[in-house]
Write a new protein. Structure first.
Length: 379
């Protein structure tokens, strides 16, 4: 199936006649097939006999893990099912057993979810160094300068939510590997819109929500861990479904002291079947995989290029970059407050984001060039 401007209308996504959604960086639109999958999952709950066996409780998380691994270019065993980006960030922050004298480096201007989990470790004696980037994102050189002999972790975002600028993960990862420092990356504004191959990228953890560029329901997410980091994390829970089955419960006796979790699923969020979230999430991923992440990324980049070409540079300062593009276009109004621009767009049914005195536009595969032209007219 090819991604084209006329393809999405009424086929895979709902059509909005009086509004234009250009805020995928906040919420991605749920595909029709995902809504149908959700309806089927609701039917299972309406008729509990359809959930009487353990098959759905194992096949739902297994199917989702398989598809996430394909999106990330990863092994299934290294994929952790989450309900947010914060789940993965806290999993790593609390599992590394950092203590007095250990240091974590974060960009001072990053999204709060990337900083707060580490700040919560200060009562253990962990030092959190918030480094102010010279531009919008830290460079490999800035990271190298910030590292000390006590630095254990660098945590940052791949595509910066407030500027749309892209961190050089290859360069930063190389610096961290050379200094024996874990690199933890929040990919929530990239995964699904920028191709990734975790078999070659020098990062140790990549965390993402599922409800933005992956078009899943709210309350979905993923955390990938490099095997070395996976094994380094202290287990903080033993969830029975990660170690046992319904058949085990039917046995005459059960030795709980001998129970050990399987590797796949050991670190997952509780309730991994999560029918109302994980069934439609897997269906949304099926759509992206059918289209091909490379093709989706190319289509979104075409929309971004179209938008960049139409922005009046006398009235708006471009905050995001044209040479290293992401799927976010961020501009700063020069002649009026960003609040006024945001309110004008919202009143006209064009939905974008207002962040830190800037306007953020984030089109996805369900948007068209005509919709961007309407935005440009209003700008």
């Amino acid at each position: 199936m090819a991604v084209a401007t006329g393809w999405r209308l009424g086929e895979e996504f709902e059509v909005e006649e009086h509004s234009i959604w250009l805020n995928t960086a906040h919420q991605g639109r749920l595909p029709r097939r995902a809504a149908l999958a959700l309806a089927e999952a609701v039917r299972w709950k309406q008729h509990p006999e359809l959930l009487a066996t353990s098959e759905r409780f194992t096949e739902v998380p297994s199917r989702l893990r398989q598809r996430l691994a394909r999106v990330l270019g990863a092994r299934e065993d290294d994929v952790v099912l989450a309900n947010s980006a914060s789940y993965g960030l806290h999993l790593v922050a609390n599992g590394l057993e950092l203590g007095p004298g250990d240091e974590v480096v974060v960009p001072a201007n990053d999204f709060p979810s990337d900083i707060l989990p580490w700040l919560s470790l200060r009562d253990r004696g962990v030092r959190v160094r918030m480094v102010e980037p010279e531009a919008e994102v830290l460079t490999p050189e800035e990271v190298a300068s910030a590292l000390t002999a006590r630095t254990r972790v660098v945590c940052l975002t791949w595509v910066h939510s407030f500027s749309g600028q892209v961190a050089d993960l290859e360069g930063i990862g190389t610096v961290c590997r050379g200094r024996d420092v874990w690199l933890v990356v929040n990919g929530s504004q990239a995964v699904g819109a920028i191709p990734v191959d975790l078999r070659r990228l020098p990062v140790d953890a990549l965390i993402s929500v599922g409800f933005k560029w992956l078009c899943g329901p709210y309350g979905t997410g993923v955390c990938w861990l490099r095997p070395e980091l996976f094994e380094a994390l202290r287990p903080s829970k033993l969830y029975w479904l990660s170690a046992l089955t319904a058949e085990d419960l039917a046995a005459p006796s059960l030795n709980l002291e001998a129970v050990t979790p399987r590797r796949a699923g050991r670190l997952d969020v509780f309730g991994t079947a999560s029918f109302f979230n994980h069934v439609p999430f897997a269906a949304a991923l099926d759509l992206l995989l059918e289209l091909g992440i490379d093709q989706v990324a190319a289509y979104v980049d075409g929309l971004v290029v179209h938008l960049l070409a139409g922005i009046d540079r006398a009235r708006f300062r471009l905050v995001s970059r044209e040479d290293v593009r992401s799927s976010l276009v961020v501009v700063e109004p020069l002649e009026e407050p960003a609040t006024a621009v945001f309110e004008r767009l919202t009143a006209a049914g064009v939905h974008v984001a207002h962040r830190r005195g800037r306007i953020r536009v984030s089109p996805h595969l369900y948007n068209t060039a005509d919709e961007l032209d309407r935005l440009l007219e209003l700008l």
